[in-house]
Structures are given as structure tokens and as C-alpha cells.
Design a protein around this ligand. Structure first.
Ligand code: UDX
Length: 436
């Protein structure tokens, strides 16, 4: 089957490469000529483990190709995926659907055969109806079914998530849509991946509900961590203790500096907007968004406290280890590191930072922060070392070396990757999350 993927960003490229790996013929389309040129040269626009090899293998096998021409790319495709960005609209948090609508219009104008048009981008409830209307208005003579098929990929684990999904959600009530989508995902049916066919609007809402629920789970354990610090309890044991209850589950209960990334912050805001539009408030999610925002600044204060407070911090130096919103990505979007660095530099603290993949993206977002070639260069003369992101590279730091390099043996571990007793034995003042 031929599949066209409109939008060769994170979601489009990973999905396209994986579909090609299943044996489909895939064309990835993007308006950005330089991105397509680089893809032709085997250069990935994002860092995602395993993606370059997957793309190279499928290009070589003749199943995956790239083009800037939508008309060319969709010719003969039975399924046309829309995987363009839906950023937060400036000012109000609504998902900006400009690109989705533009692509729908272009598909309608260029369609040369019957096809299923699939929204893979995260789009608010009702977007499928609009896409359908836009394509119909373009006057196409061909049969079109518009289907919703949200993605649930985690950055850094996207290929595994695509190939072994917890579930596939397909929103359509159209038999043609159902037939084509069954064929698209047939290789995964054989793996017995659960598949949920539902209405289009339900499918659109499932994506937002899933992300809002996960953001809520994280925020819940983060607030429990604050309480643990006050009452002298251990949040990791609280997470274990509640996670063993099958109704709660152990995942996404890792307390930290607050969630970031390209999905949770944007999708929770968009859900609030939808709830407001339909006059059906989701107050829990409102609270989650507020708590998470203030948490990132609270992490900056935590570091200042470790330096002896706002006044004492002025002129001191902090080393930030890890800048991306989570490990195994170069994505800096809404990373807690940005707020932490901002608070510190505002308070007159000198900041040096190291991240294995994210420094290029971080640089423009962190004016005044010195980027270094390795963690130890950042640590030199530091009054405190702060682990912001739990990259593997920071899981076995050389603490003897840190003690000789740093001005003071102070470690603020915002991801709880070390054990308090262990750090005490090593002679460190150790501050972590939700553990006294
Ligand atoms: C998320 C969803 O998991 C995915 O299904 C959706 O399609 C896109 O959004 P992603 O943004 O890649 O994926 O990252 P994820 O691993 O979910 O982490 C999101 C944020 O939550 C990160 O900042 C992470 O550090 C934080 N987090 C996650 C925690 O603080 N604690 C946890 O227990 C889990």
C-alpha cells in the first residue's frame, strides 16, 4: 500500500519510517526544502535513537522517499496522513490549526484518486469535521474518508512505541476509512496490538484525555513530594506503595522538576480551551497546569536555597547537568531547565551547563549561561551541581573528581537518581525531591 505523510517533523518522520519498515511504500512530504535535502543526505532533523538507521535502511530498500511536492507525494496513496505541527496559538493556548487546514485544502485540490485522509497531528475535537468540509469544498471528485488516528509516541522511545503500541486508536464511522486503516496497521494486528475503533470525535478527545491524565499523575506525585519533604516521608516509597495498587499503576509516578516537552504543556492548555468553548470546565487540569508552571520556578528557588538563599547566591556559580525536558532527546520545549537557569541568572548566579544533545537548542533559550564540552568543565569552581535531566551520562558521576573540581560538595538532584545515604557517605550535601 502507498502511504503519504504530510509533514516530516517528529511524528511524521518516525511514523513514516516505521510504516515503511512494515513493508508499505511511504513518501514523506515537507515544504521545507532544506529539511528534505538533508533527509536525502541521510541527515535527521531531530535526534531520536535509532531513527537514522531506520530511515537509511528503508530508503535503501526503496520503500521510503522524500519530496517537497504534495501533489507528487500523494499521487496513488491510499492513506494520506496529516502530521504537521499544531503549536499553541499565541495568546490563548488554543491549538493553531493553520497548517492542518492549509494541508487539507492542498490535498483536496491535488487529489488524483480515492483516499483516506488521516489526522495524526494532535487536533482539537471537531477538527476532523473541518478537514472533511475543507476537502469537500475543494470540489474533488474522488471518494475521501477523514479519519482520526492520534499518536502516543514518547520522544526518545518513539520507534519502540510505534512498533509495540499499548493500543492503536482509530476514529471513523466510515467503512472505506475502516478498511484502509485496517490495511495500514495490518502488520501490528498480527502482533496482536489492541486496536480501538471509535467515532472520530471520541478519538480526537482520547489523545487529549490521555495526555492530561498523565500530566495529572505526574503533578499529583510532585505535590506529594513537596508534602513528603514537610512531613519527613519518602516520595519514592509513596510512589511504590500506591503504584502497586493495580488501579493506580506504577508508571508516571516519578517526582521531578515538573513536566515539559512538546505535548503535555501544549495539549493540557488546548484541552482547557476546548472545555471553555463547550462550557464544560475541567478544573483538575486547570490546577495541573498552574501547579506545573509554578513548580519549575520553585525548582530555581530550591537551588538558591542550596546556595544559602537569594542574597548569598549572588556571585556564586552553579553547574546545570542536563537541559532537555527529558533524556534521549534534543528537545528543549518547555524544559524546566529554562526556568531554573532564568531564576539563577536573575539572582546574579553564574551558570555553566552541559547536556549530551540539547546544547545547540538550549543556547538561544538561556542567555547568559555558559555551555561546556563535558559535565566536569561545568562543575569547575561550582558552589553547587544540579542534575536537571536524568541522562544516563549523569548516573555514575565521578564524585571524587567533583569534590576536587567544585568549590563545595553540594548536589541538588531534581530527578532523584542518587540515594541520600550514599551521597552523605561520600561527603556531599545532597538535596533531592520529596526525600528528607
Ligand atoms: C508524551 C506522552 O507520553 C506521549 O504519549 C505523547 O504522544 C506525547 O507526550 P513525551 O512528551 O515524549 O511524550 O515525554 P514523556 O516521557 O511522556 O515525559 C513528559 C514529561 O513528563 C517529561 O518532562 C518527563 O520528565 C516528565 N515525567 C514523566 C515526570 O516528571 N515523571 C514521570 O513519572 C514521567
Amino acid at each position: 500500500m502507498k502511504i503519504a505523510m504530510v509533514g516530516s517533523g517528529y511524528v511524521g518522520l518516525v511514523s513514516g519510517a516505521c510504516f515503511a519498515d512494515f513493508g508499505h511504500e511511504v513518501v514523506c512530504i515537507d515544504k521545507d526544502q532544506s529539511k528534505i535535502d538533508r533527509l536525502h543526505d541521510g541527515i535527521m532533523p531531530i535526534y531520536e535513537p535509532g531513527l537514522d538507521a531506520l530511515v537509511a535502511g528503508n530508503v535503501e530498500a526503496g520503500r521510503l522517499s522524500f519530496t517537497t511536492s504534495l501533489a507528487e507525494g500523494i499521487k496513488g496513496a491510499s492513506a494520506i496522513f496529516i502530521a504537521v505541527g499544531t503549536p499553541s496559538r499565541r495568546g490563548d493556548g488554543h491549538a493553531d490549526l493553520t497548517f492542518v487546514h492549509q494541508v487539507a485544502r492542498e490535498i483536496g485540490q491535488n487529489l488524483a484518486n480515492d483516499a483516506v485522509v488521516v489526522t495524526k497531528s494532535t487536533v482539537p475535537v471537531g477538527t476532523g469535521d473541518e478537514v472533511e468540509r475543507i476537502i469537500a469544498d475543494s470540489g474533488t471528485r474522488h471518494r475521501v474518508a477523514v479519519v482520526s488516528n492520534p499518536e502516543f509516541l514518547r520522544e526518545g522511545a518513539a520507534i519502540g512505541d510505534f512498533k509495540r503500541p499499548d493500543r492503536i486508536v482509530i476514529g471513523t464511522e466510515d467503512t472505506f476509512g475502516r478498511e484502509v486503516m485496517s490495511e495500514v496497521y495490518r502488520p501490528l494486528f498480527l502482533n496482536e496490538s489492541p486496536i480501538l475503533f471509535t467515532s472520530r470525535r471520541t478519538s480526537e478527545l482520547i489523545k487529549y484525555a490521555a495526555n492530561a491524565f498523565l500530566a495529572t499523575k505526574i503533578t499529583f506525585i510532585n505535590e506529594m513530594a513537596d508534602l513528603c519533604e514537610k512531613v519527613g516521608a519518602d516520595v519514592q516509597d509513596v510512589a511504590r506503595g500506591i503504584g502497586m495498587d493495580g488501579r493506580i499503576g506504577p508508571k508516571f509516578l516519578h517526582a521531578g522538576p515538573g513536566y515539559g516537552g512538546s505535548c503535555f504543556p501544549k495539549d493540557t492548555l488546548a484541552l482547557l480551551k476546548t472545555a471553555e468553548d463547550y462550557d464544560s470546565p475541567v478544573r483538575i487540569v486547570e490546577a495541573v497546569v498552574k501547579v506545573n508552571d509554578s513548580r519549575k520556578r520553585a525548582m530555581g528557588r530550591k537551588v538558591l536555597d542550596a546556595l544559602g538563599g537569594m542574597e548569598a547566591g549572588r556571585g556564586k556559580k552553579v553547574a546545570l547537568l542536563g537541559l532537555t525536558f527529558k533524556p534521549n532527546t534534543d528537545d528543549m520545549r518547555d524544559s524546566p531547565a529554562i526556568a531554573v537557569a532564568q531564576m539563577l541568572t536573575d539572582a546574579g548566579v553564574e551558570v555553566a551547563a552541559y547536556d549530551p544533545e540539547g546544547m545547540e537548542q538550549a543556547r538561544p533559550l538561556m542567555p547568559g549561561v555558559a555551555m561546556t564540552d563535558n559535565p566536569y568543565a561545568a562543575i569547575e569552581d561550582a558552589d553547587a551541581v544540579v542534575i536537571v535531566t536524568e541522562w544516563d551520562a549523569f548516573r555514575a558521576l565521578d564524585f571524587e573528581r567533583i569534590k576536587t573540581l567544585a568549590k563545595a560538595p553540594v548536589l541538588v538532584d531534581l530527578r532523584n537518581i542518587y540515594q541520600p545515604e550514599d551521597m552523605q557517605t561520600r561527603g556531599f550535601k545532597y538535596i533531592s525531591i520529596g526525600r528528607s
